[in-house]
Design a protein around this ligand. Structure first.
Ligand code: SF4
Length: 285
C-alpha cells in the first residue's frame, strides 16, 4: 500500500505566521497566552501548551491585567485593543495581514453605508472568531448571512455591500450573491466583494485532483475547523472513500482492506507533523 501526503496540505500562511510568532516569543522567555486557541487543531494546541503557550477565553480576557496576550490569525474587534489598553495588557498582534486588510475594507464600507443609509453584509458564520472581529469594525451593525433563511434580515431597499469571511467557500459566496441579486429591485445599489482567501480557494482544485488519485483519502482536521469541514466535504464528493479523523488514534484498519493507494490531506490549520504521523501510522498498520 502506498501512502502519500497531499503536497498542497499544511498550515496556511496566516497560521504559520501566528505559530512562529508564538514560538519566537516563548523562546525569548516571555510568558505568553493566546486569546482563544491559537489554531483550530486540538493536537497543535496541546503541542504549543507543552512549550509554554497558555490560552485565555474571551470572557476571562476582560479581567486580565499586566500580561502579554497574543492575538491569533483570525483577528479581534477594536474593543479588544481598548480593553487591553485599559488593563495594561501588552498585545502581540498576529492577525493575518489578509484579515487585517478585510477589517479595514469593512470599516470603510461601514462608514460609507452609515452616511448613505445602507447595510454591510458578511457571508460567514455567526460566532466564528473572524466574523466577531469583522462585526466589531461595523459597531456590530453588519448583517451576518450564512444561508437562505438569513436573507430575511436584509433591507433590500437600502444600499448593500457584501463581503465574505476568508474561510468560506467561493461557490457558497457566489450562490448567496446570486440570491441577493435576485431579490433586489431594479434601483438597488448592491456591490459584492469576494474576499474568500486565495489560500482556501486555491487549494480546492489541487485537492479535487489529489482526492481523485487515491483509493482512500484520510482527511486530518480539528473538529472546530470550518475550513476543515469544507475541504473534507470536497474530498468526500470526489472520493466517497474519504474519512475524517482528528488524530492518528481515529484510524480504522478496515478502511484499508484491498486498498493500493492512500492519500493523507488536511485543513489549513492541520500541521504537517500531524499528516506525517498519520501517514506513518497507516504505513505501519
Ligand atoms: S485562511 Fe487565508 S486569511 Fe485566513 S489565516 Fe489563512 S492565509 Fe490568512
Amino acid at each position: 500500500m502506498v501512502v502519500t501526503i497531499d503536497p498542497s496540505a499544511g498550515f496556511c500562511f496566516g497560521v504559520v505566521r501566528a505559530v512562529k510568532t508564538a514560538e519566537n516569543e516563548i523562546l525569548q522567555g516571555r510568558q505568553l497566552s493566546s486569546l482563544g486557541d491559537l489554531v483550530h487543531n486540538e493536537q497543535e494546541v496541546r503541542r504549543l501548551n507543552k512549550i509554554g503557550l497558555r490560552s485565555v477565553t474571551p470572557e476571562k480576557f476582560e479581567n486580565i491585567q499586566n500580561q502579554t496576550i497574543l492575538i491569533r490569525a483570525h483577528g479581534e474587534p477594536p474593543e479588544t485593543f481598548k480593553t487591553a489598553k485599559r488593563n495594561n495588557v501588552t498585545l502581540i498582534d498576529a492577525t493575518c495581514p489578509i484579515v487585517t486588510r478585510l477589517q479595514q475594507r469593512i470599516a470603510e464600507s461601514h462608514v460609507e453605508m452609515k452616511e448613505r443609509g445602507g447595510q454591510v453584509l458578511i457571508y460567514g458564520k455567526q460566532g466564528h472568531p473572524e466574523v466577531t472581529g469583522l462585526l466589531g469594525y461595523t459597531d456590530g451593525e453588519a448583517v451576518v448571512i450564512k444561508e437562505e433563511k438569513d436573507l430575511g434580515n436584509i433591507d433590500f431597499s437600502r444600499p448593500l455591500r457584501l463581503y465574505s469571511q476568508t474561510t468560506m467557500s467561493r461557490e457558497g459566496f457566489e450562490e448567496i450573491k446570486e440570491k441577493i441579486s435576485a431579490l433586489l429591485d431594479g434601483h438597488s445599489d448592491f456591490k459584492a466583494y469576494n474576499t474568500v482567501c486565495g489560500q482556501i480557494s486555491g487549494r480546492v482544485p489541487l485537492l479535487i485532483d489529489f482526492a481523485g488519485q487515491h483509493d482512500v483519502i484520510i482527511f486530518v482536521s480539528g473538529k472546530k475547523s470550518s475550513n476543515g469541514k469544507y475541504l473534507y466535504g470536497i474530498c468526500k464528493e470526489v472520493n466517497p472513500a474519504s474519512y475524517f479523523i482528528s488524530a492518528k488514534d481515529d484510524i480504522n484498519e478496515s478502511w484499508f482492506e484491498n486498498v493500493k493507494t492512500v492519500g493523507v490531506s488536511g485543513a489549513t490549520s492541520t500541521p504537517v507533523w500531524m499528516l506525517e504521523e498519520v501517514a506513518e501510522a497507516i504505513t505501519n498498520k
